[in-house]
Design a protein around this ligand. Structure first.
Ligand code: ADP
Length: 446
C-alpha cells in the first residue's frame, strides 16, 4: 500500500497549507477544484501573473481553491518554472487520496452488503440516504426502498414513524415490529449530520430478525409455566398425605391410603422429570442416533411385547400385523430410539382405549420406507386437538382424567425428525386414531 508522504499528510491536516501557481489576469476568489485551477493557471500563465491556490481539508475530503490571481509580470517566469513540479505533486496527492477513499468505500459497501442486519440511513428530511440488501429483505420486497425516498417506504406503522420522529429529535429509540412472518427489532440512533449539513441529526436505523429468539423465549416461558403447573398436582397430593400422616392417620378422609397417594404422586413426578430430561436431551442435540442392523420380525415383536403388561392391565388386545414376506427383512435404525417412538404411540393407543378394545400394530414396506402404523378404537381426536397434540404439555381437555404428562408426542415428533422420518395422524372422533411413522430405510436388505 502506498505511504502518504509526510509533507502531504501534514498539509492534509493543516487548513491553509498551500502553494502558489504562476501567472496573471484578474482576481478569482473562492472557486474550487483542480479543473478550474488548471484552466485558470493556463490563462494566468499567458499573462504572467501569480495565482494563489490552496488545498485544505473539509470533512473527509480535500479541496483545491483559487484564492487570488495577482498580476506580477516580473515574478511570473520564475514561478511558472515551478508550476509543473508543483502541479505533479498535487496530482499525486489527489490520486493517492482518491485511491484511499475508493478502498474505504469498497470496504464499507462490502460490510453493508454482507451484514445480516438491515441498515438504513435517514437524513434530516427523513429521506433515505443509504440502505443495504438485508434492510430490503427484512422490511419486505413491497417496501420498494430507494435512495432519496421518504422514510414511509420503509416504515409505515404509526408507532415506527413516531419512534423515528423521536430519533430525529435526538432521542435514540428501540422497538419491535411485526412483518409477517417475522418479528423485527428496530433501533434508531441519531447522530450529527455529516459536514454539519443541518442542525438536525441524521438517523442510523438498524433492523434485526428476532423471530427465532422471540419464539424461543415464548417456548421457554410456556415450558416453565407448564412444568410448574404439572408438578403442582403431585406435590399437593404429597403435602396433604404427609400432613395426614403427621396427624397420625394412615388413611385420608376420602378413604385412600396416604402412602399410596405419595407413591402415585412420586411416580407421576418421576415420569414428568424423565420426559422433561429426555425432551431436553433431544432438543439440545445431546442425543445422537446409533443405528445398527435389525431384523424386522424380532424388533416388531419386542416392541409389542414391551406393552403387554400395560395392555393386560387395561384389558386391551394388541396385535401385530406383519406380512410374511417382510418377516426376514433387515433394516438399519437406532433400536433404542425407534422402540421409544413406537412405545409412545402404542402406550397412548392402549391408554386411551376403552377396556375390551383392540390395538393393531402394522408394519408395511412402501418403496424406500418402512411404514409403522398404530391403530386404536379409542375416542379419536378432534380437529382442534389434532393440531396441537404434538406440542409439549398439550393434552386434549377430554382426556384430563387419564394420567399423562403431555410430553410423549412431543418426544415422538423430535425422534421422528432425528430419524428423518414422517409422522401422520388419521383420526375419526368417536371411532379411533391411526398414528403412522414412515421411516426411511433405504439400506434395507432382505
Ligand atoms: P399424554 O399421553 O401424556 O397425555 P402425549 O403427548 O402422548 O401426552 O399425547 C398428547 C395428547 O394427545 C393426549 O393427552 C391426548 O389428548 C392425545 N392423544 C394421543 N394419543 C391419542 C390416542 N391414541 N387417542 C386419543 N387421543 C390421543
Amino acid at each position: 500500500m502506498p505511504k502518504a508522504n509526510p509533507d502531504l499528510s501534514q498539509r492534509m491536516t493543516t487548513p491553509w497549507a498551500s502553494f502558489i501557481l504562476a501567472v496573471g489576469g484578474g482576481v478569482l476568489l473562492g472557486l474550487d477544484i483542480e479543473p478550474v485551477l488548471r484552466v485558470a493557471g493556463a490563462l494566468a500563465a499567458a499573462a504572467g501573473a501569480v495565482l494563489l491556490g490552496a488545498r485544505f481539508r473539509s470533512g473527509r475530503s480535500t479541496l483545491s481553491q483559487i484564492l487570488a490571481v495577482i498580476p506580477v509580470a516580473d515574478k511570473g517566469d520564475a514561478l511558472l518554472r515551478k508550476l509543473p513540479k508543483a502541479w505533479a505533486a498535487l496530482e499525486e496527492e489527489n490520486l493517492l487520496l482518491r485511491t484511499q477513499a475508493e478502498a474505504e468505500d469498497q470496504t464499507r459497501r462490502q460490510i453493508l452488503t454482507n451484514l445480516n442486519s438491515g441498515v438504513l440511513l435517514l437524513d434530516q428530511e427523513r429521506n433515505l440516504r443509504l440502505f443495504n440488501p438485508s434492510a430490503q429483505a427484512l422490511l419486505g420486497s413491497s417496501s420498494g426502498l430507494a435512495i432519496g425516498a421518504p422514510v414511509v417506504v420503509a416504515f409505515r406503522e404509526p408507532d415506527s414513524l413516531r419512534a423515528i420522529d423521536a430519533a430525529c429529535a435526538g432521542r435514540p429509540q428501540e422497538w419491535t415490529l411485526k412483518r409477517n412472518p417475522r418479528t423485527l427489532l428496530v433501533r434508531a440512533i441519531p447522530f450529527e449530520a455529516p459536514l454539519q449539513a443541518s442542525s438536525h441529526p441524521w438517523v442510523l436505523v438498524t433492523v434485526d430478525d428476532i423471530t427465532r429468539q422471540e419464539a424461543l423465549e415464548t417456548t421457554r416461558q410456556k415450558f416453565i409455566a407448564n412444568a410448574s403447573h404439572e408438578l403442582k398436582t403431585p406435590v399437593t397430593g404429597i403435602r396433604i398425605a404427609v400432613e395426614n400422616l403427621q396427624e397420625g392417620a394412615l388413611v385420608l378422609p376420602e378413604g385412600d391410603s396416604s402412602l399410596r397417594i405419595i407413591a402415585r404422586a412420586v411416580e407421576r413426578m418421576t415420569l414428568l422429570l424423565d420426559d422433561i430430561t429426555e425432551l431436553s436431551r433431544i432438543e439440545t442435540g445431546a442425543l445422537r442416533l446409533e443405528p445398527v442392523t435389525l431384523r424386522l420380525d424380532a424388533f416388531a415383536a419386542d416392541a409389542l411385547e414391551n406393552t403387554r403388561p400395560q395392555a393386560e392391565a387395561a384389558r386391551v388386545g394388541v396385535h401385530l400385523d406383519l406380512p410374511a414376506e417382510l418377516a426376514g427383512l433387515a433394516f438399519r435404525a437406532d433400536p433404542h430410539r425407534l422402540a421409544q417412538l413406537l412405545d409412545n404411540l402404542l402406550s397412548n393407543a392402549i391408554k386411551f382405549s376403552p377396556a375390551g378394545a383392540s390395538v393393531q400394530f402394522r408394519v408395511r414396506r412402501d418403496g424406500p420406507w418402512l411404514v409403522w402404523a398404530v391403530q386404536d378404537e379409542g375416542p379419536g381426536i378432534s380437529e382442534t386437538d389434532a393440531q396441537r397434540i404434538f406440542e409439549r404439555f398439550y393434552r386434549a381437555p377430554s382426556v384430563r382424567r387419564i394420567p399423562g404428562t403431555g410430553l410423549g408426542l412431543a418426544i415422538v415428533k423430535h425422534l421422528a425428525l432425528l430419524m428423518r422420518g414422517e409422522l401422520d395422524l388419521r383420526t375419526v372422533p368417536g371411532q379411533g386414531s391411526t398414528f403412522t411413522f414412515r421411516l426411511p430405510a433405504a439400506e434395507t436388505t432382505e
